[in-house]
Write a protein that binds this ligand. Structure first.
Ligand SMILES: Nc1ncnc2c1ncn2[C@@H]1O[C@H](COP(=O)(O)OP(=O)(O)O)[C@@H](O)[C@H]1O
Ligand SMILES: [Mg+2]
Length: 285
């Protein structure tokens, strides 16, 4: 067993562009020659401005997209070119969480149903009692009260919806999760609580994460390594502490200078601050 769970080699991707009447189908690479290695149990931050290719790269890593060239190895297995049928046995182990929890939380279904749907699909639910127990356990894992089983997504705050999105992604006990801008759009204090939740889950469940953000400041609290993406290329890649203390690339320096000072509770960016489950704080963010 290698200590690298996910590795990419010269990974590239171009969206096919449609041919026009006087134009041949062309393509433009939006992910270029990306080499990453994500050690088991670690968190890699993927940072870059809007349009830099983060979502495309994330979708490649979970094989929602097929690489134009280059490879992706998951747990020692080359998955870059394999078919959806061949991917199927791996699907439960690989999850993606999106910025917009709307896409994973069906507005017409109660949370208890939504959270356990992946388990149902994989035949891992034994009756109604079991379904409720599993839903309750998932809610508990992300710091939401059991009573939320019967809630609809619109009855939740933004932070609570993101927690529910995380719970759903955890249902099948995956070992690899790509989280795409999941704290963007939340207020800073809610962002902090979600980051601390992820940090705690990562430690407790031994998760390997790729955490995508356009905001370099949020990766500091969670990530071991950071890759900076610019026009589809990794321009800087290394341990988070090194990137923050001694950035080598001009573009990284630019991103660092744009970081606003956090105005939340002192210490939340401090790695030594203990994780306090939200129930104990009175209310879940
Ligand atoms: N479905 C698509 N078809 C064609 N081009 C796309 C598609 N999705 C994204 N792009 C283009 O690919 C580039 C990278 O986009 P994306 O991966 O969404 O970046 P990011 O997540 O960093 O904002 C952008 O130029 C975007 O316009
Ligand atoms: Mg994106």
């Amino acid at each position: 067993m290698s200590d690298v769970l996910l590795r990419t080699g010269s990974l590239s991707f171009a969206y096919p562009e449609r041919a026009g009447l006087f134009r041949r189908a062309a393509s433009r690479e939006v992910v270029k020659q990306v080499d990453l290695a994500v050690p088991r149990g670690s968190v890699l931050g993927l940072v870059g401005e809007s349009g830099s290719g983060k979502t495309t790269l994330g979708r490649l890593l979970v094989r929602l997209l097929k690489p134009t060239s280059g490879g992706i190895q998951f747990d020692g297995l080359e998955i870059g070119g394999i078919s959806e049928a061949e991917m199927r046995p791996l699907r439960a182990r690989i999850q993606m969480i999106f910025q917009d929890p709307q896409s994973s939380l069906n507005p017409r279904l109660r949370l208890g149903v939504t959270l356990t749907r992946p388990l149902k699909v994989y035949g891992r639910i034994k009756g109604r009692r079991d379904q409720r127990d599993r839903a309750a356990a998932l809610l508990d894992l992300v710091g939401l009260p059991t009573a939320f089983i019967d809630r609809y997504p619109h009855e939740l705050s933004g932070g609570q919806r993101q927690r529910a999105g995380i719970a759903r992604a955890l249902a099948l006990e995956p070992d690899f999760i790509v989280a795409d801008e999941i704290v963007s759009g939340l207020d800073v204090s809610t962002q902090a609580h979600i980051l601390l939740l992820l940090r705690e889950l990562r430690a407790r469940l031994g998760l390997t994460l790729v955490f995508i953000s356009h905001d370099l400041s949020v990766v500091r609290v969670l990530c071991d390594d950071v890759a900076i993406l610019h026009h589809g290329e990794v321009v800087e890649y290394g341990p988070v502490a090194r990137i923050f203390s001694a950035p080598r690339d001009d573009y990284t320096r630019q991103l660092l200078s744009a970081i606003p000072l956090p105005d939340v509770e002192p210490g939340w960016l401090d790695d030594s601050s203990p994780f306090v489950p939200p129930q104990q704080q009175g209310s879940a963010a």
